[in-house]
Design a protein around this ligand. Sequence first.
Ligand SMILES: NC(=O)c1ccc[n+]([C@@H]2O[C@H](COP(=O)([O-])OP(=O)(O)OC[C@H]3O[C@@H](n4cnc5c(N)ncnc54)[C@H](OP(=O)(O)O)[C@@H]3O)[C@@H](O)[C@H]2O)c1
Length: 277
Amino acid sequence: MHTVTANGATIPALGFGTFRIPGPEVLNIVPQALKAGFRHIDTAQIYGNEAEVGQAIASSGVARRDIFLTTKVWVDNYRHDAFIRSVEESLTKLKTDYVDLLLLHWPNGAVSLAEQIGALNEVRKAGKVRHIGVSNFNTTLMAEAVKLSDAPLVTNQIEYHPYINQDVVIDAAKKAGMAVTGYYGMADGKVFSDVVLKDIAARHGKSVAQVVLRWLVQQDGIIALSKTVSEARAIQNVAIFDFALTAEEMAAIHALANADGRIVSPDGLAPIWDKAA
Ligand SMILES: NC(=O)c1ccc[n+]([C@@H]2O[C@H](COP(=O)([O-])OP(=O)(O)OC[C@H]3O[C@@H](n4cnc5c(N)ncnc54)[C@H](OP(=O)(O)O)[C@@H]3O)[C@@H](O)[C@H]2O)c1
C-alpha cells in the first residue's frame, strides 16, 4: 500500500474507519480488514468502540508496530486535565502504550486552542502519541493551530468525496506540510447511483467504491478512510492500488463537486467552513 508523508509522519494512504460500527461488529470486521491488507485503523473516543478496536488489534496476529492507529479526543475533554486523563483511558481501552496519531475531533471554542494544542504536544512529548493533528478545522483554525504547536501537525481530517470541493483546505494543508485525511468518501451512499462514477468503474472493471477511493488516494497528499461491516467489501476496498484513473477521469470526478455537497455539519460543532475558491 502506498503511504503519504507529512511533516515527518508516514501514513498508509488508505485507512479503515470504525465510525458507526458497534463493539461486537468491530471484533468481527477489524481482524478481517487487517487480513484484507488494511494497516491503518481510525477510531475516536466518541465512537464508543476503542476497547473493541484494541482487542481486535491485539488478537489479530498483526504486530502493533505494523498498524497505524488513530484516535480522536472528544470535544468535552479539551480542558488540560480531562484531556490527559482521556488519552490515558483511550490507551488503556486500545491496549497499547501509544497511538500513531491523535486528533482534536472538532473545534471547541469553549476551551482556548492554546490549551488544546498544549495538551496534544504534552502527550506527544510523553511518548503516548507519535503524531498529532486536527479534524474538521477550517483554514483559519488550522493556521492558528499550526502557529501554536511545538510539534508539527500532520493532518486535518475532513469530509471529502466527489461532491465537495476541498481545494482551499488542501492547499492550506500542503503549505503547512500537512496531509488531508478524507472521511465520508461514499458521501453517505450517494456515489453508488452516480452515472459518471458508474461509467468510469465499468471502464476499469472496478466498483464505484474502488473508483472513489482510488480518486482520493491518487491525489497528492490525500489519505482516504473507508468503513464497511462487510468482509467482502473490505477486501474490495483495499484493492485500489492495482489501477490508475486517467487525468480526464480524475477531472470528471472533481467536476461532480457542487456548492451544496457538504453532508456533515453538526450544529454546535462545525466551524464556519471555507468556501471553495
Ligand atoms: N473526523 C470526523 O469527524 C469523521 C466523521 C465521519 C467519519 N469519520 C471517519 O471516516 C470513516 C469513513 O467514513 P464513513 O464511516 O462515512 O464511511 P464511508 O467509507 O464513506 O462508507 C459509507 C458507507 O458505504 C458503504 N460501503 C463501503 N464500502 C462499500 C462498497 N465497496 N460497496 C458498497 N457499499 C460500501 C458502507 O456500508 P456497509 O458497512 O454496510 O458496507 C458504509 O456504511 C469513519 O468510519 C470514521 O473513521 C470521521
